[in-house]
Ligand binder design. Sequence first.
Ligand SMILES: [Zn+2]
Ligand SMILES: [Zn+2]
Length: 363
Amino acid sequence: MAKDYYETLGINKGASKDEIKKAFYKLAHKYHPDKKGGNEAKFKEVNEAYQVLSDDSKRSKYDQFGSGFENMGAGGFGGQGRGFEGFDFSGFQNGGADFDFGNLNDIFSDFFGGNMGGDRTQTRRGRDISTEIQISFSDSIFGVNRKVLITKTSQCMTCHGSGAKTGTKMETCKNCNGQGKIREQKRTIFGNIASTKICEVCLGVGEVPKEICETCKGKGVLRREEEISISIPAGIRDGEMIRMTGAGEAISKGATGDLYIKINVTPHPIFKREGNDLVMNLNLKLSDALLGIKYPIQTLDGEIEVTIPEGVSINEILRVRGKGVPIGKNKRGDLLIKLNIKLPSKISRKAREVIEELKKEGI
Ligand SMILES: [Zn+2]
Ligand SMILES: [Zn+2]
């Protein structure tokens, strides 16, 4: 139904700006919803008419493309459906509530400069999803393959995404004649605007199955539990994120989203990571520190024997080459062993005698 803004305000087409203003004030006063006997719907109509007719450029466009302009009025946008994500119409559609049409021009420029005027046939893409997994410290150092079960929209295994019943063929989409997109002309206050949108029947493919797959009801995708194998690289750090391209949610006739996996590493009771080196503390007896000893140590690679040279001091660090974090293919960081000499808190009488002897030796 075409709106006649002149009729709404009860004026004729040649009305002056002053006449428009007067008519608006009179009617706005009459229909104001806060007043007893007010009429919100009428008030909105009056306001809408005034916003257009009081603006010279809008008025002339309205005079030229009356009905086209009307289509763009509140509610006219709503039916457009897809393609307006991220664009908030609420302010416009509820414009009558607060009568703020100040951003009308912005809305129009967004509308035509962005989604509407452009080609709306960009690739459909499934959602990105994320999950977390916990791995041991050792697995974080050497890498590991893990499998996870994720319930998500995935490609249909029966039809492999085609949506067609096995053994049946595809046929040209009648809605778009196989073009995959539909051109539409819109008459607007800015003239005729051509836009292209994805065909809603074939979703841009141009073909539809003759008979649809029963498993997915022709969608090519369905929600199911999928086992995903994740290859966690050697040397990954706690909190690092792995991105698996195409392992996210599938979408009918579109690209699959990505899967992000956050890796949580369980701390190790002995080893800590410092860059590409592993660090551990080793408590030595005083006599071992003085005389030197061979010491068995459990590393992440299994047991090794380290030689503690005689006369080591507190906080000295022994470096075991190549027992740290893998760097690339053939290189590894080192294992650093921080020596701590444990002094006895109590000594026997005999030990005291011996130490007295050591003292005489100047030790
Ligand atoms: Zn299927
Ligand atoms: Zn189509």
